[in-house]
Structure formats: C-alpha cells, structure tokens
Ligand binder design. Structure first.
Ligand SMILES: Cc1cc2nc3c(=O)[nH]c(=O)nc-3n(C[C@H](O)[C@H](O)[C@H](O)COP(=O)(O)OP(=O)(O)OC[C@H]3O[C@@H](n4cnc5c(N)ncnc54)[C@H](O)[C@@H]3O)c2cc1C
Length: 419
C-alpha cells in the first residue's frame, strides 16, 4: 500500500496553502482533488489578511503578477446611503489592499505554485472513505477511471470546502446557528464607464424593502463583474422564472444596481447555492484536522471564507509540523480555539448584519473615526487581532456603538443618514 506523510483532501486555497507550507518545512505531501482545474468556485472577493498567507506560502509574486482586480476596501449601499471602508484606514497593522479574483484562475494558480514547490497533486481523484481506527489513518480514493486505491498516512488535512468530506464520513456535522440562506449569482459584462463606481471595492447593496436580503457586486478587470443576491430560500423562490430571470428581476429591484447595470450583458448562466452555512462538533481528532469550510462556514457577507481557510491552513501546518517532528501538541488549544476566536469575531458581525445592528452602524452619520478604523480592520480580515476592542469583545462593542448611533439619531434626527 502507498504510504504518504500527509494527505490533503482538496486543492482549493486552503489545501494549496497548507500543502505548500508543509512542503516548505520538508514534509511529504499528497493532495487529492476531486475535480479537474481550472474549475468554477464562488468566493471571489479576498480580504487583505489572506495575502499574508499567500506570502507565507511563497506565492505572492505569482498572485501579484497575474493581473487580478486590485481591491482596497468595501462599500455598502442602502436606500441611497453609501458607506465605504478603505483598508488603508484601519487600526490594525497589516495590508491595505488585496484582489478580487475569478476563482477558477486563482485556485489553479495557487495549486500550480504548490506543485512547482514540489507538492504532488492528483486531480480527478475523490476521497471516498477514511479509516482513523488503526495506528495510522487510511484514505480510500477513487480516480477518474473508477479505480480505487488506499493510502496510509500519518495525518489527513481535510480542505474539501463545501464537500465537507471528513465531517460527512466521520459524522462530525452539526447544524449552523444561522438560518438557511440561498445565493443566486453569475458573471456579467457590466459595461459601466470609468467613474461610474469604484471598481477597487466590493459593493454590498441592501434590498430597499427587505433588510436581510443583500446583493454583491465584485468587479473584475475588463468590465466584468460577479453579481449575486443572498436571501432566504423562500424569498429567492418568490421571484419566478429561470435562475437568470429571477436574479435579473431581483437585481433591478435595487435602485443603485438598476442604474449602474443599465447596459450590462448577462452572458453567463446563473447558479444557485442553498444552505451553505455549516458547522462541526470538532475541528480535529486522532490523525486529522479540518481546514476552512470543511469545518465551518458562516455567511458570505464579509467575504471572510478564503481568509479563514488560509488562516486555518497556516495554523494547522505549524502544529502538524511540530507533531510530525515528535512534539506533543494540543490541537484544541493550539489550533481550534485560536482559530475559532477570529471566526467568532466574524460571527458576531454577521449576526449583527442580519438583525440590523451592524447596518445601523454602517449607515449612521456618527463622527467616530477611531471606531470606524477598528471596524475596518475586521473588514480587512484582521479578526484575530485581540488588541482591537471590536475583536476582543465584539457583542458588547457592537451594542455600545449601536446605542451611540441611536442617541445621536434621537438628538439630531435629520442627520442620521450616510457616513
Ligand atoms: C454565496 C457565497 C459567496 C462567497 N463569497 C466569498 C467571498 O467573496 N470571499 C471569500 O473569501 N469567500 C467567499 N465565500 C466562501 C468561499 O467560497 C469559501 O470559503 C472558500 O472557497 C473555501 O476555500 P477552501 O479551500 O476551504 O475550499 P474550496 O475552495 O471549496 O475547495 C475545496 C476543494 O476540495 C475538493 N473536494 C471536495 N470534496 C472532495 C473529496 N471528497 N475528495 C477530493 N477533493 C474534494 C473540491 O473539488 C474543491 O476543489 C462565499 C461563499 C458563498 C456560499
């Protein structure tokens, strides 16, 4: 039977970064990827912090040279109010910019970079079973011809994203605390003119009548954009027609997008994803750990998914390398707990977004630049920086700033609009 030191399931950003980081530490790494690359994936707006891991994995030059759309922040639109965050105006020490990427190209680039560093990736090979009962974990894989084979390994990292391979095979899944939401999305030729909107920012628009329904517009180069809407399954189903017709109908209900996309060409079939929020009862066990979405996925509103996947890859690679060197490691205190710290930061603001508190803050005219800088740090991905009070105690800080906004609005009712 084939024996490999580390087997990684999935060659998305989490898998490629983990593979390269382990290889750079001299580890023997085999990545098994079910699909052929390039392949479509959603999750196109990166946060600044994720480039820290791209750099750590020795891939930054390649990513910077690839011609992706520069991104320096996020803009939020509701009822004609416009609030923007520029990553340069954040409190944390860190990067001021990142990219918006077509994931087919981005993920292939990272995987190719990992391969050029010596990582072996087998495409069109699906992991179908794992056995963690013996002394060494075993992985069963099936290739494109249908042939199956087993590999013995010292450790499995599951980076299979929404495939959630180990959570399903080992019965680790628990329901997410968030209600089931759907996303409907596509790529378009936006055909906007220079100056129509800031292409260096993801735009998040709130539906004019439903505060829990929101749209994303993620610009790419050459006047192309990713456009999508997120809402309850029932709400998205309430607009009839094909997925393309429903998406276009919904987009034209939002005045900012209606105006901006007047000349757009809808040239790519829309896709729909349902119930993507997920969780697990543990991110690690004997002989394995879960990275990125294979463990937990919250919600797309703050574009945190790829950053969490890469951060988990970086943390896991360090703990695993020490374990393989013979050290006694504690995956709970060295991996899961510190990783969940930042995930919980995002969780608090996602909750606040949907219950309206965070939107109140974003669209309020409160002159508090210091607070805005701290919030901006989180939006740039620095959600693990405990020197930031909005990371250390997100619920209490969010409630305090909501109180401030409400007091301000009560004192000067006409000024409670736009930042
Ligand atoms: C609607 C929506 C919008 C989003 N927008 C953003 C955004 O703007 N920014 C952002 O950062 N994130 C966003 N995300 C999240 C983002 O998509 C994910 O967090 C990110 O892709 C996770 O990366 P990953 O490496 O963990 O997994 P993935 O990128 O999903 O890669 C997993 C890989 O594993 C492979 N695989 C699966 N099962 C198996 C198996 N059994 N055997 C072998 N291989 C397998 C798959 O083929 C796949 O290539 C969004 C998510 C949704 C649902």
């Amino acid at each position: 039977m084939e024996r490999r030191e580390v087997v990684i399931v999935g060659a998305g950003p989490g898998g490629s970064i983990a593979a390269a980081l382990l290889k750079r530490r001299g580890r023997d790494v085999l990545v098994l990827e079910a699909q052929k690359f390039p392949r479509f994936s959603i999750g196109e707006s990166l946060l600044a912090h994720c480039l820290d891991f791209v750099e750590e994995a020795g891939m930054l030059d390649a990513v910077e040279a690839a011609g992706f759309q520069y991104k320096n922040g996020a803009a939020f639109v509701r009822d004609g109010q416009y609030g923007e965050f520029d990553f340069a105006d954040k409190s944390a020490v860190g990067r001021n910019s990142t990219f918006q990427v077509q994931r087919a190209k981005f993920d292939k680039l990272l995987a190719d970079e990992a391969q050029s560093q010596g990582v072996e990736i087998r495409y069109e090979v699906r992991v179908t079973h794992v056995d963690i009962g013996g002394d060494s974990p075993r992985v069963r894989a099936k290739d494109a011809s249908g042939a199956e084979y087993e590999i013995e390994t010292r450790f499995i990292l599951d980076a299979s994203g929404f495939g959630r391979t180990l959570p399903k095979l080992l019965n680790l899944e628990t329901p997410s605390a968030f209600p089931v939401r759907n996303a409907l999305f596509t790529h378009i030729a936006d055909n906007t003119s220079a100056g129509d909107f800031d292409r260096n920012k993801i735009h998040v628009m709130v539906h004019p009548r439903h505060r829990d329904i929101w749209f994303w517009l993620i610009p790419f180069p050459e006047q192309r954009s990713s456009i999508g809407v997120v809402g309850s399954k029932e709400f998205l189903a309430s607009r009839t027609g094909t997925p393309d017709e429903r998406l276009q109908r919904l987009v034209h209900e939002e005045p900012f997008l209606h105006r901006l996309l007047a000349n757009s060409q809808w040239d790519t079939p829309a896709r729909e994803l349902s119930g993507y929020a997920a969780n697990v009862n543990s991110m690690h066990g004997k002989g394995y750990a879960l990275l990125g979405n294979a463990a937990e996925f919250l919600d797309p509103v703050f574009s945190s998914g790829v950053t969490i996947a890469m951060r988990s890859a970086s943390m896991a690679a360090k703990v695993l390398d020490r374990q393989l060197n013979g050290a006694t490691v504690n995956w709970e205190t060295e991996f899961e707990k510190p990783l969940r710290r930042g995930v919980d930061t995002f969780r608090a603001y996602v909750r606040g977004w949907y219950d309206g508190r965070f939107q109140e803050v974003m669209f309020a005219k409160v002159e508090a630049p210091e607070i805005k800088r701290m919030i901006c740090s989180i939006l740039a991905g620095y959600a693990w920086d405990e020197t930031n009070p909005f990371v250390k105690d997100p619920e209490r800080r969010l409630n305090a700033i909501v109180q401030l906004v409400r007091q301000n609005a009560a004192a000067t009712p006409s000024s409670a609009t736009a930042q």
